[in-house]
Design a protein around this ligand. Structure first.
Ligand code: S3P
Length: 428
């Protein structure tokens, strides 16, 4: 795909549904009793992998233009699949589903694409084994394909070495099915809490205290209706674009503003972005939503580290681009998790953006970005099959002097199928 510089960006965008929340809505609906209706569901490839896995386990899921309807029959309605469960490119599908399968009395085989095969699963395999599950796979169960023989589980007290919502959620989902016993997960920093919020909406009792979350086993989920907020991780590309493209103003509608996800908003504010946020008061109880207006801004470099990292981990590729246009240097540290995302995002961000003229130095746990770089473009760059790298490079093309050629651009389908249409519609 050839992408060219734009003069300005203007218009309104209703970003697609949140990926994390869409996955969870399908999973919880599938193991709940009754009919769950999900609106503003993300029809991206990742969430469709979750749908396909549950269909293979006998769950009736109907997809129409406006909604996803799931006829849940409780955990006992899940059947032993006769085929491999294909989790595609999706870490969330792979890791969360492991927590559900671990407590079911069947055998399951899980595998995804080339990228999934390189991502560490021991962080989930180990606590699930401690709960009593039998899991095997390459590297002693660290890599797909995985074979899971589920069975009866016991609750555990687990201190997770990583602040990962996928790990926390897998353990909580397994804990939900550990008869009578309580499972507690403690994290080093708080990761996104969509699982805790949604379990409550599905009628489960979840206790939170600081960095620890506990769940009692043997609770039954009751079907409910879920409106998925717009994905702040998708909105992030247009928030950055609105700030760095001259003479721009973009309005992003109904963006999810869960405080465990709004690190990008904090960063924009600290960098000095011209931004307005209007909350939808009715949304505050489940997952808060807001309309965000962003205008061309003069930005300054900042340091991003510590407990801010889990609150913006998926936004770091686009924050790196934003920082190339700020006054001064931006330092990102404590972000070694970037190495085990869809690609090694320290390498892919640094290599691809530097090809365009950025000056970014990789570090062991992040990167150092020199500001006020003029992006010359005129190169071929690749998403490397990573949706967020593909979208970040497309936004870079909006300000690059010469056109760029983006390859493997189809990766954006994973989380934002209409991305190129939306970008075109607001480009002048
Ligand atoms: C996610 C958690 C994060 C995030 C991923 C989605 C989730 O991963 O990067 O895109 O839905 O729970 P980790 O749990 O590995 O940090």
């Amino acid at each position: 795909m050839i992408l060219k510089k734009v003069n300005r960006l203007e218009g309104e965008i209703a970003v697609p549904g949140d990926k994390s929340i869409s996955h969870r809505a399908v999973m919880f609906g599938a193991i709940a009793e009754g009919e769950t209706t999900i609106t503003h569901f993300l029809m991206g490839a990742d969430c469709l992998s979750t749908v396909s896995c549950f269909r293979k386990m006998g769950v009736d899921i109907e997809i129409t233009d406006s909604a996803v309807k799931i006829k849940g029959k409780g955990l006992s309605g899940i059947k032993e699949p006769s085929e491999l469960l294909d989790t595609g490119n999706s870490g969330t599908t792979t890791r969360l589903i492991m927590g559900i399968l671990a407590g079911l009395p069947y055998h399951f085989c899980l595998a995804g694409d080339e990228s999934i095969a390189k991502r560490p699963m021991a962080r989930v395999t180990e606590p699930l084994r401690l709960m009593g599950a039998s899991i095997d796979g390459r590297g002693s169960g660290n890599y797909t394909p995985l074979s899971i023989r589920g069975g009866s589980l016991s609750g555990i007290q687990y201190s997770s070495p990583v602040a990962s919502a996928q790990v926390k959620s897998a353990i909580l989902l397994a804990g939900l099915n550990a008869i009578g016993e309580t499972t507690t997960v403690v994290e080093p920093y708080k990761s996104r809490d969509h699982t805790e919020r949604m379990l409550k909406v599905f009628g489960a009792d979840v206790e939170e205290s600081g960095l620890s979350v506990s769940i009692k086993g043997g609770q039954v989920l009751k079907a409910t209706d879920i409106e998925v907020p717009g994905d702040i991780s998708s909105a992030a590309f247009f928030l950055a674009a609105g700030a760095i493209v001259p003479e721009s103003q973009l309005v992003l509608k109904r963006v999810g503003m869960n405080p465990t996800r709004t690190g990008m908003i904090d960063v924009l504010k600290e960098m000095g972005a011209d931004m307005e946020i209007k909350y939808d008061e009715a949304s505050m109880e489940f997952e808060p939503m807001a309309d965000i207006t962003i205008r061309t801004s003069s930005l300054k470099g900042i340091t991003i580290s510590g407990d801010l990292i889990p609150r913006l981990i998926d936004e770091i590729p686009i924050i790196a681009l934003l920082a190339t246009q700020a006054e001064g240097t931006t330092v990102i540290k404590d972000a070694e998790e970037l190495k085990v995302k869809e690609t090694n995002r320290i390498d892919t961000v640094v290599n691809e953006l530097n090809k365009l003229g950025a000056e970014i130095e990789p570090t062991e746990d992040g990167m150092i970005i020199r500001g006020k770089a003029s992006l010359r473009g005129g190169e071929e760059v690749s998403s490397h099959g990573d949706h967020r790298i593909g979208m970040m490079l497309s936004i870079a093309s909006c300000i690059a002097e010469q056109e760029i050629k983006l390859i493997e651009e189809k990766a954006v389908q994973v989380s934002y199928p209409d991305f190129f249409n939306d970008l075109k519609r607001v480009s002048y």
